[in-house]
Design a protein around this ligand. Structure first.
Ligand code: ACM
Length: 722
């Protein structure tokens, strides 16, 4: 076969165009081929017509359907696919490559058969993973295998199985039978009652009404074998040294206090902890052939280690200066043990603390920095930064969604993630990026249906990030394809989220033209967006969004998707002001909270308003009071100063008790222009906003805004000055 030209983005978009031309040029009895592959292949050329077949013959092979091992092809997972009207030929160097050719064929198959196509394809990364927490809530093996099937369809190839945590121990271990007898069941299913509410007790297996479960060794073998058939490696995770509260219900001697409910960290100074680790990992390695074995490593509190005589004695003996080194000591031990068995250790990025073990790979979850640091030190990494890759975070505005752990990772945000940003690393360092993973922690995800709702379709974005070259990826191109896959997922029995009706309203501020361009986008496709700019409810008769809406002073934008004349969901609301404070210098007398800067020091004067979540990167948050001064550059006639604040008491976000405005001509003597108390009760747990607006006629160069913090976080999106 001749090599195919690499298609550019334009040419790929042109694939649909070409087939329209083809249809116009021939008898139109066949439906137009629809190619919606996820992940998008590296090279695709659409031909004319179809090869008539069905899914059974694609899977089992048939006359004219050939799967050929070609050892000359490069890449363990690469494949080449040629579909003509007369037949199908798939070539690959390995069975895995042929398996992926088959998945592509299954995705291509439609009522007319398989469209004629040539594809050359191979993944960007060798590690394309999903993580599943079965400790906080236990999911039956049938659900795990169902997820494995869907993963394979999207060419995901690693299932990171989070088997142990405070929620319950989930895997039979022969040498420590009490792990499942005593620590796999609990009093409550509901995490908010059980863990957050403090009514925390484990119950022995067999206790009536106890909630939980575990996988027997036979279950695990079945899962691992099923995954292997689907070319998926299951990576087991056993948590050390933190997140192990449940272990101490069964074996209390392994924690510093020697009793359950006293903490979640193993005692590092106790020899028995190492015997336990080796014994458990030995049984784990017998069950899981995975090259990598995950040993946790995240979020140890290290609290008891500071006073535990055994831990303190170890620190003295080894000359350790901090408890971080205790953690590192245990991880080094695990690294040696796992390496001695011919396997490799992987752990969450806290394993960097106190010194990274020599052979360890790192899962970067607390942002990306730990990943970059690790590859620079020559270690392999899997990138799974929380702000992009946590599928337990909200995928739409929280007030429209089932309760979630927090966070905000709508699919567009997930899809925007590029694990290797341009020019930041050398080619040698880039080789250490094994790939990407989406994580689903299940504290607030009690059922298989809810699990699928959180994972899908966001997992499809993860799949494409892991497979498709960065320069072939764009949200505009992915959007119609992911929409087309929602019914596909539903047909597979996956309870996928049907994507949000919200309008993603973004802005670009032009300080030269003194205007703001407002852009609207939706996850749904196609989406007919109607909007108003005067705060009125949009209707079918309101303008349809096509190009940027230009705002030179103020607009109250309301926008919604309309389908068959009906508004879908609630309108998305955004206030836009090209106000006089935009881009003026601001000085803070209070401390900014690094995690909630909203983009930087001028975030309060950048024209950007926040949305309905404080996690959208537009709300600036403080644990202190706000106390800031804005310099208008010259003495100015001012009429109105306002600021909008959020309250959401669940995560500890409160209205300021009061907001004060002061003005000054010289920056030294300030005159108070009023103080406005909040009208919102701290006991009100709803998502609430209050705008504090001061009207007047003031001559001033300096505008000072102060807000009193009652007790938690306070969040403001913009100070608007007219
Ligand atoms: C984690 O989210 N604790 C790895």
């Amino acid at each position: 076969m001749t090599s195919l030209p690499k298609l550019t983005k334009q040419v790929m978009t042109g694939a649909a165009f070409c087939c329209t031309l083809w249809l116009a040029g021939c008898a139109q009895q066949q439906p137009a081929p629809v190619v919606n592959l996820i992940p998008k292949p590296v090279n695709l050329t659409l031909g004319e017509g179809y090869f008539r077949t069905d899914s059974a013959s694609i899977c089992d092979g048939a006359e004219n359907i050939r799967y050929v091992i070609n050892p000359d092809m490069a890449g363990e997972e690469a494949y080449r696919l040629t579909v003509t009207k007369n037949g199908i030929e798939a070539q690959a160097a390995t069975e895995t490559g042929l398996f992926y050719a088959r998945q592509t064929l299954l995705q291509l198959l439609q009522s007319g058969g398989v469209p004629c196509v040539t594809i050359e394809d191979s993944p960007r990364f060798g590690y394309r993973g999903l993580h599943l927490d079965v400790s906080r809530h236990f999911f039956p093996k049938e659900e795990v295998m169902k997820l494995i099937d869907v993963m394979a369809y999207y060419k995901l190839n690693r299932l990171h199985f989070h088997l142990t945590d405070a929620g319950g121990w989930r895997i039979q271990i022969d040498k420590y039978p009490k792990l499942t007898q005593e620590a796999a069941f609990r009093t409550e299913s509901d995490w908010r009652k059980w863990w957050d509410g403090g009514d925390r007790k484990y119950l022995p297996e067999g206790t009536e009404g106890a909630y939980g479960g575990y996988y027997t060794k036979a279950d695990i073998r079945e899962i691992v074998a099923h995954a292997a058939e689907k070319h998926i490696t299951v990576i087991p995770e056993i948590e050390f040294p933190g997140h192990s509260d449940e272990v101490f219900q069964a074996y209390p001697e392994l924690c510093c206090a020697g009793k359950p409910y006293s903490g979640g960290d193993f005692c590092i100074g106790n020899e028995k902890s190492y015997r336990f680790m080796e014994d458990v990992l030995t049984e784990i390695m017998e069950l899981f052939p995975s090259e990598y074995i995950h040993i946790g490593g995240d979020e140890a509190t290290k609290a008891e280690w500071k006073t535990c005589p055994k831990c303190q004695a170890l620190m003295r003996r080894e000359g350790m200066k901090s408890v971080d080194e205790l953690q590192s000591y245990m991880i080094h031990h695990a690294d040696q043990f796992i390496t001695s068995k011919g396997r490799k250790l992987i752990g969450w990025d806290e394993i960097l603390q106190g010194g990274l073990a020599p052979n360890a790979a790192v899962m970067s979850w607390r942002g990306e920095e730990a990943g970059f640091r690790s590859v620079r030190m020559g270690h392999n990494v899997v990138m799974t930064p929380g702000n992009y890759m946590y599928l337990d975070f909200y995928q739409a505005f929280p007030n429209t969604q089932p309760y979630a752990i927090g966070g905000y990772t709508p699919i567009k945000k997930v899809y925007s993630y590029n694990p290797i940003p341009k020019d930041s690393l050398t080619a040698k360092e880039e080789k250490h990026f094994m790939g990407v993973q989406g994580n689903t922690w299940t504290e607030y995800i009690p059922t298989p249906e809810h699990l699928e709702y959180m994972m899908f379709p966001r997992a499809l974005a993860v799949a494409e990030i892991g497979w498709t070259p960065q320069d072939l990826r764009s949200w505009e191109d992915f959007k119609p394809r992911v929409n087309a896959h929602i019914p596909v997922l539903h047909r597979k029995g996956i309870n996928a989220f049907t994507l949000s009706n919200e309008i993603d309203i973004t802005m670009s501020v032009d300080t030269l033209k003194k205007q703001i361009s407002v852009f609207m986008d939706a996850e749904k496709h196609p989406a007919e967006i109607h909007y108003t700019t005067d705060g009125s409810e949009p209707t079918q008769a309101s303008p349809i969004y096509k190009d940027a809406v230009i705002v030179t002073d103020s607009a109250d934008i309301r926008a919604a998707i309309f389908k068959d004349g009906q508004m879908q969901g609630e309108p998305t609301v955004k206030r836009v002001d090209y106000h006089r404070g935009i881009n003026k210098p601001i000085h803070y007398y209070n401390r900014l909270y690094p995690g909630y800067m909203a983009g930087g020091m001028n975030a309060l004067l950048d024209g950007y308003r926040g949305s309905l979540t404080y996690l959208d990167g537009r709300w600036q948050g403080y644990l202190d009071n706000l106390d800031c001064v804005i310099d208008m550059g010259e003495i100015t006639d001012l009429h109105k100063v306002s600021s909008r604040w959020m309250q959401l008491t669940g995560p500890g976000v409160y209205q300021p008790t009061e907001v004060e405005l002061l003005t000054s001509e010289d920056g030294k003597t300030f005159t108070s222009r009023g103080t406005m108390p909040t009208t919102i009760s701290q006991d009100d747990s709803r998502l609430l906003f209050q705008e504090y607006t001061f009207w007047g006629e003031w001559k001033a160069r300096y505008v000072k805004v102060k807000a009193k913090n009652p007790k938690g976080f306070i969040f403001v999106d913009e100070i608007v000055i007219w």
